[in-house]
Design a protein. Structure first.
Length: 159
């Protein structure tokens, strides 16, 4: 069944760097969730590509990325739910992702873009500006993967 969904364009907002970056990040998050919505758990877990990537994996992976970059590295939280918190249902994975995004948004709202990561990895220490820019590109990249996977699963297109 071919399902053509009207394409939702990215928000064109005016404002400072925070408004623009967070608006675009939310748009990409929403695009990813939309691609995993409306299919059953088996379809979400299936991978039509040789890499094994699935919509379910992408949603869980992006929750992990937000935990790792913002909550652990930037905010310095001692988080152990990366990789062990994965849900095997699409509804559960989306709930988890949205909950993580809400936590991340609260940290971002209370922080300056110039603040440095409190618990950096072995690379150069970066600030919140870099972290959010990286999450934006990572989310957009995987939302694109999700778009292709969904089209392969049921023909659904559009953001």
């Amino acid at each position: 069944m071919l399902l053509l969904v009207p394409d939702e364009k990215p928000p064109r907002v005016n404002g400072d760097e925070r408004v623009i970056v967070t608006s675009l990040l939310e748009y990409q998050r929403s695009s990813l969730v939309k691609k995993a919505t409306g299919i059953n758990d088996a379809e979400a877990a299936a991978s039509p590509v040789t890499s094994g990537t699935s919509l379910l994996w992408l949603v869980n992976h992006m929750a992990d990325a937000e935990i790792t970059w913002v909550l652990r590295r930037f905010a310095g939280q001692d988080r152990h739910d990366v990789l062990i918190g994965h849900d095997v249902t699409v509804a559960g994975a989306i709930r988890r992702y949205r909950a993580v995004c809400a936590e991340v948004d609260a940290v971002v709202a209370a922080s300056s873009f110039d603040e440095l990561c409190r618990a950096p990895d072995d690379g150069p220490v970066v600030d919140l500006r870099w972290v959010l820019s990286h999450l934006l590109e990572e989310t957009a990249r995987h939302a694109g993967h999700a778009d292709i996977l969904r089209e392969l699963i049921d023909g659904s297109t559009g953001r």
